[in-house]
Design a protein around this ligand. Sequence first.
Ligand code: AMP
Ligand code: MG
Length: 343
Amino acid sequence: MRTDLLSTFSPKERANAVARATALLKRGEVVALPTETVYGLAADALNAIAVAKIFEVKERPHFDPLIVHLPDRDWLEKIAALPPRDRRTILRLADQFWPGPFTMVLPKRKRVPEIVTAGLDTVAVRISAHPVFAEVVRAFGKPLAAPSANRFGRISPTTAQHVLNELDGRIPLIVDAGPTEHGIESTIVTVRNGRIEILRRGPITAEELRGIGFQPMTDGPEANGTVRAPGQLPSHYAPRTPLKIIDAVKTFSPKPNRRAALLAWHPPSRSESSQFAAVRILSERQDLREAAANLFRYLRELDALGVDLIVAERVPSRGLGEAIMDRLQRAAHPRSAARCRRE
Ligand code: AMP
Ligand code: MG
């Protein structure tokens, strides 16, 4: 794939770059865009396959929940379900800090694909203040998922040239708006049960929040005597049902009197399927991108059935297969559910 680098220096160049980026995003492609923190790798947040491509491009060997960038405030309640008790606080925080480097983790609505939140039932949302990013997301008209535009293990890019060095040939477009302003990632908070908790420190500080009448909890020196209740917020999703990884369903039979569900890589035969209370096939055409896009949703669906065991077939460990296997292996670990929920 050829990677174009488009400048936004003149109004004409900028209009062209925004139009190209928008057209690619509408086709489900991944493009690199400047934000006020670092360059981001953006894709349609409501298109699970497009989001799977982000992980593929980054070569991340695991799935992380992504931040969803909203076109405007009207999108907040289409993406997140605001608890009545916290609604006023959330809206006040949005008034104060949006657009800007401030992210809120809130209960997610169904329309947000599971791969965006790595299976969690909360979603991280923000509105970027970067003029070029803001123009693209508004022209696109829907939220964008956008982690930093680097390959796994490399530092976050603060110039378009960094992005090109990392991702040349892997994405169709990099929009260049010069070096980013902060170079430090957004502040992340949760608002729950009347409390604001800082999950990640960033450009918006606890002092700033206090200065305008909020009482955030932090876990560091800024905590100021407040006790952070640990372990309330899961950072990873894991099913509650025990999970076992097998090489192929051909060579497996559930124990008698135990109800098992199958998460399949190879489409099973009818007699193989009949041994299971439920079957989900990650991708009928054995496409790892589609498998990644379906993984968390299927895990949740099988977990909700109350079976004794989920049996998951190994997937090939190339491309996104590595990240899929990472998630299955964590889920297969004894007590992983409890551990992941608390991590
Ligand atoms: P970034 O690297 O700036 O794109 O930010 C991603 C960060 O946001 C990751 O470190 C995640 O742990 C965090 N994050 C995103 N969604 C959630 C969520 N639903 N719950 C908790 N943390 C989240
Ligand atoms: Mg990063």
